[in-house]
Design a protein around this ligand. Sequence first.
Ligand code: E4P
Length: 221
Amino acid sequence: MGIYLDSAVISEIKEFIELPFVEGVTTNPTLIAKALGRDTITWAEFEAHIKQIGELVDGDIFVQTNHKDAKGMVEDGKKIHAVLGTKAVIKIPATSEGLKAISELADNDIRTAATAVFTGVQAYLAMLSGADFVIPYYSRVQKAANDGLDLVEDILDIIESQEMESQLLVASIKNNFDVLEIIRAGAHAITIPADIIKELLAHHQTEDAQAAFNKSLTVKG
Ligand code: E4P
C-alpha cells in the first residue's frame, strides 16, 4: 500500500519525503493556503510553490484544481502538468463537471484523481470517466455518522468486481486507529498528515528498548 504525505508545507515535505515508505505528496487548496499563510495568491505564486514541491519529490504529487467548471479544471490541469510533468496527478472533486474534466485530461494522457468522494457509486462513475485514483474522505464520512470503512470496502469491491484499474487512495485521516483499519481493509494507498505520521513512527517502548540496549553495552572505536 502506498503512503503519501498530506501536506503542502515545504519544511514538512523536506522532512518526511526522506522516509523510505513515503511515496509522494497530496495537496489541496486549503493545504496550500496553510503553507503560504494566505488565502489569496496569484497563479505565479501557486506555480512557484508546486514547482518547489516538484524539486523535492520524485514520486507522485497530487495538486487540486481550483475551478468549478470543466473548462477551467482542464486548463488548470494542463498548466499543473506543464510544471510537474509525469509526477503530476490532478485532483478534481467528483462533481459532474469534475468527471467531464477528468475524462478530457485522461484523453490528454494526464493522470487524475477524483477527490472528495463520499459514495461507492461516485467512485465508480469517476473510474468510468478515466480517473487513475479515487479519493474518499474517510474522516468526513465518519463525522457524518456513516462508516468510512464501509465506503473503503465498497470501493474495493467495485474495483474488483468491475475489474477497474484505478487505485483507491484514502484521505482525510485524523487519527492513528483509522490508518490501521484502512491498511487492514486493503486500500491501495493512504495520505496522512505529518503529525499523524510522526505518531505512527514513534513508539515509546521501542525508544526505551533502544536506550536500554545502548546502556547495556558500549562498543568503543
Ligand atoms: C487530500 O489531500 C485531501 O484533500 C485531504 O486529506 C482532505 O482532508 P480534510 O478532510 O482534513 O480536508
